[in-house]
Design a protein around this ligand. Sequence first.
Ligand code: ASP
Length: 570
Amino acid sequence: MARATEPERRLLAVYTGGTIGMRSEGGVLVPGKGLTTVLRSLPMFHDSEYAQARGLAEDTLALPPASPGQRIIYTVLECQPLFDSSDMTITEWVQIAQTIERHYEQYHGFVVIHGTDTMAFAASVLSFVLENLQKPLILTGAQVPIHALWSDGRENLLGALLMAGQYVIPEVGLFFQNQLFRGNRVTKVDARRFAAFCSPNLPPLAVVGTDVIINQELVRRIHGKDTLVVHSNMERDVGLLRLYPGIPAALVRAFLQPPLKGVVMETFGAGNGPTKADLVQELKEASERGLILLNCTHCLQGTVTADYAAGMAMAGAGIISGFDMTSEAAMAKLSYVLGLPGLSLEGQKELLAQDLRGEMTRPVSAECRPSLQGGPLRLGLAHLLSLSQEAAAVRDALMPSLACAAAHTGDLEALQALAELGSDLSLGGADGWTPLHAAAQGGHTSTVALLLQSGADANARSDGGLSPLQLAARGRHRGVISLLRAAGACLSPQELEDMGTELCRLASRADSEGLQAWWQAGADLGLPGYDGQSALHIAEAAGNLEVVSVLRGLLGTESNAQDPGRALYD
Ligand code: ASP
C-alpha cells in the first residue's frame, strides 16, 4: 500500500502543443488533445495506486518515487487551442508566463511542454518576461510523438519533470536529450536527430548519465527574495535582418522603416558587414533616427568582438554588440527592453549592453568587483575595526569582505593591515568567495603569493563552485596559474570533463592565450566540444594557423596534469 504521507514536490506542467502530443490526421501530424490520458496510461509517468491513496484530481498525476521518501506530483494544464509551435508568438508566451504567475505560490516548479520548432524563442522570451524567477521553469518537447514506440518524448518529459522537481535551478531551462540548457542560450540545430538543440556558447547547466551532474558554477544564483515580476508589455515591432554578401542598400532601407523599433542584425564572423558606402549610410541613418541595431554573429559559435573593422564600425556608435547571444535571445531581449516603460534611448542601449538573464558573455574586462582603493574609506574602516570589544562582532563579519576587496585590487598594504587587525586571510565571505579568489581574478601575482604563504587554501570553492584556478585561467593570468598549480590547485574531474565546449569556443575566437591558460591550468586540449569536434578541429576548419600551431605544440607536450609545479610561461 502506498504511503500517503511522503514529502511531495508539486509541479505544474503546461502543455501547449507540439510533436510530443501530435496525432496523424489525413497523413499529417496535428496537435493532439489528451496528453494527460496518455501519461496516465504509462507507469513511468503515473503511479495510480499512490494517486488513488492520495485522492488526486483527474488532471494531477504522481510519478513513481523519484528518490526515497520523495514524490513528484504534477498537474497537467492543457492549453486551448493546442499549437504547432510555428504558430506561437509573444502573445502566447506572455500568456504562459501569466499562467505561471497565477499559480506561482502553489508549485515548486514548472514544466512547459512545447513544440521544438520555436522552443528556443519561447525559452528566450520567457527568460526575459519572468523577472526574479526563484523556481525552475523547464521547457521540453519531442521530435517524435510520445505514444510512438521509438520516441524521445518520454525521456525528455520525464527528465524535465525530475529536474524541475528535484533540483533548485531557478531559471528558465530547456531539457532535451539528457541535457539541461539555459533556455536563452539554445538554438535548434537538427530537424531529425533526437539531439535537436545545442547551446553553442555556454555548457549545459546539467547533464544526465549514470549520475546527474549539475554544473553549479553556471546556475544563476538568487539574490534576495524579490517577488516575481511578469513583463507582459513586450515590444512586437522588432525584426531580424541577416546580412549576406551583396545585400542591396535599397532592401535594407525598405526593411528598416517604421513601425520597426529595433533590429537584430546577423552579421558575418566577429560582427562584420559589407563596407559599401550606400549600405553603411542606411544603417547610420536608421540608427540616427533612433532605430536600435543589435549586432549578433550568424556563426553558431563565437562572439562579436570590439575590434570588428568592416561595415558595422563605420555605421557608427549606434550599433550595440550582442556579443555571443543567439538571435533568438537577442530578439527576446530587444522586445523586453523596448517594452520597458520610461526608458530613454540611451537607457535602452545601456540595458541592452548588459547581461540581464545570463543570455550573453561579456568580455572578462567588463567584470568588476568592489574595491577598497580610495584611502578615506579604507582608513575609516581600519579605524572602526581597531575599536574595542563592541566592534569585534562587526569586525569579524566585515573582515572577509574587506580582505576580498583589498585582494581584488592587489592592495598588499591593506591586506597586511587587515592581517595585523586579526583578520584570517583564508576565510571566505558570505558567498564562499575568499581573498585568494579575488586576487586570482584580479591577476595579482604577489598578492596570490602572500595569501598562499599565509595558508590560504589553493582549492577553495565559492558557493557557486568557483575556484581561484578557474578565475585565473579565465583571466589568462599565467603567473597566478603557475603559483596556484605549484600550491596544489587543480581542476576537478568534472570541470576537466566539461572543458571541451569552452576550449572549442576559445579556438573559434582564435584565443590562443585562453587556450594556453587553460592548458596550464591542467585542461586536456584534445577534449571534444558539444558536437564532437575538438579545439584543433575548429582551428583547422577556420584555417587559423596560429591557433593550430599553438594547439599542436601543446598537444604534443606531455600532459601537464601530472606536474602541477610546472611554470612554462613565466
Ligand atoms: N512542428 C512541431 C512544433 O514545433 C515540431 C515539434 O514539436 O518538434 O510544434
